[in-house]
Design a protein around this ligand. Structure first.
Ligand code: AMP
Ligand code: ZN
Length: 119
């Protein structure tokens, strides 16, 4: 089991309330909040409350929590009325992928038509 909190981690501070965020969904083990710099009409981040540096370490450590994060991402899409039109889930993993916050998170992006393909 990883340390539950990293005192230097931005998203751990959002979990504890030390840094404010616009929370849209919360469960005992997950939090979903709006990205501060939205890149689509809906741009929400879903995180486990426990600190894992990325999706791979989260998945390796806790399958149930990984599933809860994905399930909450689907819940966000339903709440935001983009479940039918479609949405994109992105886990940036590592610096070369553009990961800047090293606390596992999935981006839920939707509300606009994306190009086919990945980038
Ligand atoms: P990534 O590049 O995958 O690590 O994504 C990190 C995301 O966190 C970026 O989309 C940022 O805009 C977002 N972000 C950074 N600081 C905050 C904050 N205080 N509240 C909400 N989102 C944030
Ligand atoms: Zn953290």
């Amino acid at each position: 089991m990883a340390d539950q909190r990293d005192p230097d981690c931005l998203f751990c501070k959002i979990v504890t309330g030390d840094i404010p965020a616009t929370v849209v969904r919360e469960t005992e083990r997950t939090l979903a909040f709006r990205d501060i710099k939205p890149q689509a009409p809906t741009h929400v981040l879903v995180i486990p409350k426990d600190h894992y540096p990325n999706a791979a370490t989260l998945a390796a450590a806790d399958a149930e929590l990984t599933a809860a994060v994905l399930s909450e991402a689907a819940g966000v899409a339903a709440d935001e009325h983009i479940a039918e039109s479609g949405y994109r889930l992105i886990f940036n993993t590592g610096a070369a992928a553009g990961q800047t916050v090293f606390h596992a998170h999935v981006h839920v992006l939707g509300g606009e038509q994306f190009h086919e393909g990945l980038v």
